[in-house]
Design a protein. Structure first.
Lengths: 346, 454
């Protein structure tokens, strides 16, 4: 049952990154693709009806993580206190800039929120990447299962680590590139003409960075977290996850060169999901490894709650998620196609 | 009070109070928007659609702020209250996760359609979207109140081998005897806010002689909703909520009422200033024996005072519990009077022209926000010194490894951020009210010829 919930939480987080990833990515390439006020408005309109629903996946993943692994939630949220608070502020700034930018049409109002939106999106991508890097690297858990990390110490991955070290910064930059490409591919799908052309160029540029960083980060991960190598040797079927990622990565330029619009974006979704599931598979059964003493690491068994709660939750989680899948399909179909500005919103 | 604990408490209290400003407004408006959309559908009159559209814009601004200030609430369980989260997550993780799965997705999906979908959807479908929005927001409140009700009156749990609490009965958690009346009291409180807000804007339009047709609609819908909700706040929901407090948290009742000594035929205090050091109430204005009657339906019943409980079980801020409770009840009584007079004037067809009274309705706007906030303050400070009533003390809840310096850093950050959000909110809503429900005719028409460009 714990393993099932580990998979479900990993799945929800992967869905979050794939979905919110493209609207964060839209923010990353915002200035690159949108040069005029109406172009930027179009970019925002492409994510307008869906970004909030995408972000709900973060809340829902957090809630489910709390439900299934309360000790992990308590330990990681208090230990990553500072970066999480900064993430919260960035989410607040980003949310209001999307929602409030179009309320006024003045040369002061819109550029201000454009800047906040793009800046917050870029920083969020880097912070989320660094967060993932921290989980993979492990943290200095004490004997009570808690820890606290400052933002940085001496940038090495052992001993008194900080949130930012060479490895987590590397993963942060990696996430920035991955989401930049993801957002650009979303815009290729949602826009036309000059916007689409610029998005396509941004995506093809980002692809080289993503491909290079995939190799570098994978190599670094094997060095930083020995559990990954151990898991792959013990369960060779686990190679299916990195294979998925590589397949997606290879498919992106292939589809793009054939002038496809939706398929490169979907390939990017597969790539991201493959990378995240590889990471989850690599650290399993840890949910938060220790970088000082492996025995202190939080695993799915010592971080979980009672079995009754997990069983009951599965009984409502399944119908709940079917409903969510229904809404998601409905809203994406309803707002399918290229964005146009003449459709009036409020 | 230990200073780290005080900082963590202030951190949560500040962020949740600010969050609830937007929550109560959007929950109340969700119902009233649904009412306006229903009137539009029933009468076929497009006036009501336009009337609703204005409030949907208002709703969207409040909803956006409710969402962005809501995310920190869920995070803070883990960041600031880690020991509480670890101990209680097996139980309240259920309700918090259900809120995400069952209501946030519903709300976020249909907000887009409520805002952007009026032209794409049929009138009936757009009406249905407003209903789904209402269900989403009110369902969200259910899961949050269920979580809070469990902290007030824990049920359906058992203690695991490592001391953490785990779920024993899902249905006991959702059918908590504390939950039903608290939920009703909470959501009806948001309707008071929504009704008074709508009536206030309506009164403003009539007084300002702008958008008068809409002003009348808003006033009519607002005062009727406000009147029904204000009465329901007192009876039965407030009365039953008080009964629950009296029976399950008698010490909280004593603090709320400022009753320092146990007595038979206890009086109901209307005004006064509690002096916790000397254990007495200064300048009391009271109605003899009424508290005994209200609590036990007998004039001579004994009501336990603060002296009947051990010192370590008393709420640590008795004056705040006393004042917040009295502010809530006092304002609630005024709401009943104001809204019933308004309904009477409406019935006599004199409300729209009673300009002096319209001033009262317009200026009543802030008070439902204050009353709702005071009500939650009563519940939360009244529960002290417990975090989970009878099971876990507040002092045992915060994260052990988060220093006071880090907590103050983020508290200051939130204060700055929320000051900005508050200014933005007032600016944007004031603009919407100024623009009104009808697009204004192009300015050139009244301004005459364009000035000559130099």
């Amino acid at each position: 049952m714990e393993t099932i919930w580990f998979c479900l939480v990993a799945l929800m987080i992967a869905v979050y990154v794939v979905l919110d990833g493209f609207d964060i990515g839209t923010g990353i390439v915002y200035y690159l693709v949108g040069r005029t006020q109406s172009q930027r408005q179009k970019l925002l309109r492409s994510i307008g009806p869906v970004w909030d629903g995408n972000e709900v996946w973060l809340l829902a993943s957090g809630g489910v993580l709390y439900l299934a692994f309360p000790a992990l939630y308590a330990s990681s949220f208090s230990g990553f206190y500072l970066p999480l608070m900064i993430v919260l502020w960035l989410l607040i700034l980003r949310g209001i800039s999307i929602e409030f930018r179009n309320h006024l049409e003045t040369p002061v109002w819109r550029p201000l929120f454009d800047f906040v939106f793009a800046g917050a999106s870029i920083l969020l991508a880097i912070f989320f990447g660094a967060a993932l890097g921290n989980v993979v690297r492990g943290v200095p858990l004490d004997e009570t299962g808690y820890f606290f990390l400052p933002l940085w110490t001496h940038f090495t991955t052992t001993g008194e680590v900080g949130i930012l070290d060479w490895y987590t910064v590397l993963v942060g930059v990696f996430a920035f590139l991955v989401l930049a490409q993801h957002g650009a591919l979303w815009l290729v799908y949602k826009t036309e003409d000059i916007l689409q052309e610029r998005a396509r160029r941004a995506a093809s540029l980002a692809w080289y960075g993503v491909a290079g960083m995939t190799l570098i980060v994978t190599g670094a991960t094997f060095r930083v977290q020995p559990q990954v190598q151990a898991n792959l040797s013990a369960y060779p079927w686990g190679y299916v996850f990195p294979a998925l990622a590589l397949g997606g990565l290879a498919a992106i330029p292939w589809f793009r060169s054939r002038g496809e619009e939706l398929k490169p974006f979907l390939a990017s979704c597969v790539y991201i999901a493959g990378m995240l599931t590889s990471a989850a598979f690599g650290v399993f059964p840890y949910v938060l490894p220790s970088n000082t003493d492996p025995v202190r690491g939080l695993t799915i068994w010592n971080a979980t709650t009672g079995s009754h709660g997990l069983t009951v939750a599965l009984a409502w989680w399944i119908p709940g998620m079917l409903l969510v899948a229904g809404y998601t399909i409905f809203i994406y179909r309803h707002f399918a196609g290229k964005v146009r500005l003449e459709e009036e919103g409020y | 009070m230990d200073s780290i604990l005080a900082l963590h408490r202030l951190h949560f209290a500040f962020t949740v109070t600010f969050h609830y400003v937007f929550v109560q407004m959007t929950m109340g408006l969700a119902l009233l928007i649904f009412v306006l959309k229903t009137m539009a559908l029933k009468t076929g009159n497009d006036h009501y659609n336009k009337a609703a559209r204005f409030w949907i814009k208002f709703f969207a601004i409040g909803f956006a702020l409710g969402v962005v200030t809501g995310i920190p609430m869920e995070f803070q369980f883990g960041t600031n209250w880690a020991k509480f989260s670890k101990a209680a997550g097996g139980v309240i993780g259920q309700t918090l996760a259900m809120e995400g799965v069952f209501s946030f997705f519903l709300e976020s999906t249909f907000l887009g359609l409520l805002l952007f979908g009026e032209k794409r959807l049929s009138p009936r479908a757009h009406w249905a979207v407003s209903l789904l929005m209402l269900i989403g927001t009110w369902l969200s409140a259910f899961f949050i109140v269920a979580t809070n009700a469990w902290m007030q009156h824990p049920v359906g749990y058992k203690v695991a081998a490592n001391g953490d609490l785990v779920l024993e009965s899902f249905w006991a958690l959702l059918l908590n005897p504390w939950l039903g009346w608290m939920y009703a009291h909470t959501v009806i409180g948001t309707v008071v806010t929504g009704g008074f807000l709508m009536a206030s804007v309506g009164a403003f339009y009539l007084l300002n002689r702008k958008f008068e047709e809409y002003g009348r609609t808003y006033l009519r819908v607002g005062v009727i909703a406000g009147a029904v909700a204000s009465v329901l706040m007192l009876f039965p929901t407030g009365d039953r909520q008080g009964y629950n407090v009296a029976h399950h948290q008698p010490v909280t009742l004593a603090a709320m009422e400022g009753l320092f000594e146990t007595q038979e035929g206890a009086p109901l205090v209307i005004l006064g200033q509690p002096d916790p050091e000397k254990r007495k109430l200064d300048n009391p204005a009271m109605i003899p024996r009424l508290l005994s009657f209200l609590t036990y339906k007998r004039w001579e019943a004994e009501v336990k005072g603060l002296d009947a409980f051990p010192k370590e079980d008393l709420p640590d801020n008795i004056p705040l519990v006393f004042y917040s409770y009295h502010i809530m009840v006092g304002l609630g009584t005024i709401f009943i009077a104001v809204s019933l007079v308004s309904v009477l004037l409406l019935w006599k067809k004199r409300l729209y022209t009673a300009r002096a009274w319209l001033w009262v309705v317009m200026l009543a706007l802030p008070f439902p926000f204050i009353a709702n906030t005071a009500g939650w303050t009563t519940a939360e400070v009244g529960r002290q010194p417990w975090l989970i009533y009878g099971l876990m003390r507040t002092v045992d809840g915060p994260s052990a490894h988060v220093s006071s310096g880090n907590t103050m850093f983020t508290l200051i950050g939130f204060m700055g951020m929320y000051a900005l959000l508050g200014i933005l909110f007032l600016f944007l809503t004031a603009r919407e009210i100024e623009h009104g429900p009808e697009p204004v005719a192009p300015k050139t028409a009244i301004r005459g010829p364009e000035p000559v460009r130099l």
